[in-house]
Design a protein around this ligand. Structure first.
Ligand SMILES: [Zn+2]
Length: 225
C-alpha cells in the first residue's frame, strides 16, 4: 500500500541541529541550513528520534522488551524471529536496519515561513557538564546557534513510501503514534531547546484516513500479544 504522510512540527522553543563533525572541532555550533540559508531539520535527525519513540511504544503495547530488536548487540538484532514478517521486527520494517533499507522516505522538514517573522537565529552559550563530576568547567563553554521565534515556529515535511498490504495499517498506525509521542528534536544535550509537538495527516493509496483507521491499526498490536 502507498503511504503519504504530511507532518507538521510546531516548535515551542528554539532548536539547534548541528552536524556531528563540526561540534567536535568548533566552538560555534551552527544549525544546519538549506540553500536559502533557512534552518532545516534533516530527515535523518527526526527519523532517529522517531525510531526510539516507536520502539518504546511497541514494547509498552506488547508488554515485552522483545517486541523489537535491540541493536547494537549482534545476536539481538534483526532478523531474529520467525513470527516477524520477513524476519524483521516491526521497527526495522519501518525504519530499516543494516541489512534492509527503510521502505519509507523521511523528508527534511522546512520552515513554514510567515510574513511577520523577524530575526530567527540567535546565539546561546551552553555549558558541557562533565558527567563524572557533575561540574561545569570554563573551557567547556561553547556558543551554539539556535533557530526559532517565540512563541512558535512551524516546520513541515513528508514521510512517503510503500508498506506491505497485510501489515501496512498496524505499521503506519505505529508510526503515527510514535510521531505523537515525539516531543524534542534538535535539543542535543542542552536543556530547554527543541521542544516540539508533531501532527500528521495520512493518505493510504491516495485516500485520507482518520482516527478510526489509526485506532484500528494500533489495536492490532495488542491482539498479537
Ligand atoms: Zn529489528
Amino acid at each position: 500500500m502507498k503511504i503519504d504522510i504530511e507532518i507538521t512540527a510546531v516548535f515551542q522553543t528554539p532548536f539547534n541541529v548541528g552536524t556531528g563533525a563540526l561540534a567536535n572541532i568548533a566552538t560555534n555550533r551552527p544549525t544546519i541550513k538549506d540553500g536559502r540559508q533557512q534552518a532545516i531539520i534533516p530527515g535523518s535527525s527526526y527519523k532517529g528520534r522517531l525510531r526510539h519513540t516507536c520502539e518504546r511504544l511497541l514494547r509498552t503495547l506488547q508488554q515485552t522488551d522483545s517486541a523489537v530488536c535491540q541493536p547494537p548487540v549482534a545476536n539481538r538484532m534483526c532478523p531474529l524471529h520467525e513470527a516477524w514478517l520477513g524476519e524483521f521486527c516491526p521497527v526495522c520494517q519501518l525504519f530499516g536496519s543494516p541489512l534492509r533499507h527503510s521502505p519509507l522516505k523521511f523528508s527534511d522538514l522546512h520552515w513554514q515561513e510567515s510574513a511577520e517573522a523577524g530575526v530567527l537565529t540567535d546565539i546561546r552559550t551552553g555549558v558541557s557538564i562533565r558527567r563524572s563530576r557533575r561540574v561545569a568547567e570554563p573551557q567547556r563553554l561553547y556558543d551554539q546557534e539556535v533557530f526559532g521565534p517565540l512563541p512558535e515556529t512551524i516546520f513541515s515535511g513528508t514521510i512517503t513510501g510503500h508498506l506491505p498490504d497485510e501489515a501496512g495499517q498496524p505499521l503506519a498506525a505505529l508510526l503515527l503514534a510514535g510521531l505523537r509521542q515525539l516531543h524534542t528534536v534538535g535539543g542535543g544535550q542542552t536543556g530547554g531547546l527543541g521542544h516540539c509537538r508533531f501532527t500528521a495527516r495520512i493518505k493510504i493509496d491516495n485516500r485520507p484516513q482518520g482516527n478510526k483507521w489509526y485506532e484500528e491499526g494500533l489495536k492490532q498490536w495488542l491482539a498479537t500479544k
